[in-house]
Ligand binder design. Structure first.
Ligand code: PLP
Ligand code: TYF
Length: 396
């Protein structure tokens, strides 16, 4: 019975949120959990989302179940956002979306799909990667391995990555981050992605591209570049898309698994399997977030408003990155931390050690993940000097 059951630790990233909440220091700084924040430290609901919700309130006629693949308009419009409005995969019906509870649900569905339909295939993750990748695929029953990504010198090591991929078992799955790598912020360049693609072809690997931050790197279209390259060059591809960050819909659990197949007929087979697997996990997906996204993407005015809001989030984080490096200059640390301005997305692997991270928290109420990952969006322009001074103290 329950008597033999033991306690497991909570999620270290989510626990940081609680520790921060309880900190009484007025100068506290939350660079922990990866949610976007504005200059006031709030995670706003985009105006486009509010307007779409108001429309839905008036127009929604039923709460009956959506189908196993979710909201069809959402699936089509999100696929266009990811693969490109004129993607031949969509006109040839070689790609389709299955709506999932968030990007996490999409990853889990992908894991189940691999386990169930491609038995024996292992999955390979970047070292490091988002910690949930590690446990999620293991829980889905997959053999999890790693390829090098960021070295001990806190630099992207593409050579080591490519060399490792070239030795993976044929047919195995390789998880790639489309952009805004979590936790490091180090992204592959277009040239790097082309090299990875060559190895993927040579080893007949199946890429699973996790696309959780579209619009936070270099822009909505730019961030999709690698996904579209892989989709154009490979017969088969798995993509997990999340609307949590770019639509600010976190708790509405909105995302999709997009599968690209060799032909339209095979896609129908694959989708029947996905519906079967989803049916045995969550039956049918939650409707609200997907309806909001479909409304925004289907309406020129809302879409423009959303794109502008997303762009201002992206630019805010990019300017904070540069601002932090500038603020470190008077302490003689701008070169040591120059990578912060070069990384993309919300996260920065700062290179700070666990001991330095702990000191920042205990002595300065600065909260970041123990690995040295900082959520740059948690900063605001008036606090850069304060943070730079704290970093200088723990590095001294
Ligand atoms: N993948 C990565 C790399 C992430 O950082 C996240 C983040 O939160 C997700 C997937 C899943 O996001 P969600 O399930 O909240 O949509
Ligand atoms: O890495 C992050 O901070 C985000 C949010 O169990 C997150 O991806 C963190 C932990 C978790 C779920 C989401």
């Amino acid at each position: 019975h329950f008597a033999s059951l033991v306690r497991v630790p909570g999620d270290p990233i989510l626990s940081l949120m609680e520790a921060y909440r309880q900190d009484r220091n007025a100068a506290k700084l939350d660079l922990g959990v990866g949610v976007y924040k504005d200059a006031q430290g709030l995670t706003p609901i985009p105006h486009a989302v509010k307007l779409a919700e108001q429309r839905l309130l008036d127009s929604e006629l039923t709460k009956t179940y959506v189908g196993g693949h979710g909201d069809a308009a959402f699936g089509e419009r999100l696929s266009q956002l990811v693969l490109g409005a004129n993607s031949p995969l969509l006109t040839e019906q070689r790609a389709g979306a299955t709506q999932t509870p968030g990007g996490t649900g999409a990853l889990r569905l992908a894991g189940d799909f691999i386990r169930h339909c491609l038995p024996g295939r292992g999955i390979w993750l970047s070292a490091p990667t988002w910690p949930i990748h590690e446990t999620l695929f293991a829980e889905a029953g997959l053999k999890v391995g790693h390829y090098p990504y960021v070295g001990a010198d806190n630099r992207l090591d593409v050579e080591a990555m490519i060399a490792a991929l070239a030795h993976l078992p044929k047919g195995d799955v390789v998880l790639l981050h489309a952009c805004c790598h979590n936790p490091t912020g180090f992204d592959l360049s277009p040239r790097d992605f082309k090299r990875v693609l060559e190895v993927v072809k040579a080893r007949e690997l199946l890429p699973l591209i996790d696309f959780a931050y579209q619009g936070f790197g270099d822009g909505l279209e730019q961030d999709a570049w690698a996904v579209r390259l892989f989709a154009a060059e490979l017969p088969e591809l798995l993509i997990t898309s999340s609307c949590s960050k770019n639509f600010g819909l976190y708790r509405e659990r909105t995302g999709a698994l997009i599968v690209c197949a060799g032909d339209a007929d095979k896609l129908v087979d694959i989708r029947s399997q996905l519906a079967y697997l989803a049916r045995n996990q969550w039956s049918t997906p939650p409707a609200h977030g997907a309806a909001v996204v479909a409304e925004i993407l289907g309406d020129a005015e809302l879409r423009k408003l959303w794109q502008d809001e997303l762009e201002s989030m992206r630019l805010r984080v990019a300017s904070l990155r540069r601002g932090l490096v500038e603020a470190l200059a008077p302490h003689g640390l701008s070169e040591r931390f120059a990578h912060i301005a070069e990384q993309r997305g919300m996260f920065s692997y700062t290179g700070l050690t666990p001991v330095q991270v702990q000191r920042l928290r205990e002595e300065f109420s600065v909260y970041m993940v123990g690995s040295g990952r900082a959520n740059v969006a948690g900063l605001d322009a008036t606090r850069l000097e304060q943070l730079a001074a704290a970093i200088a103290r723990v590095c001294g």
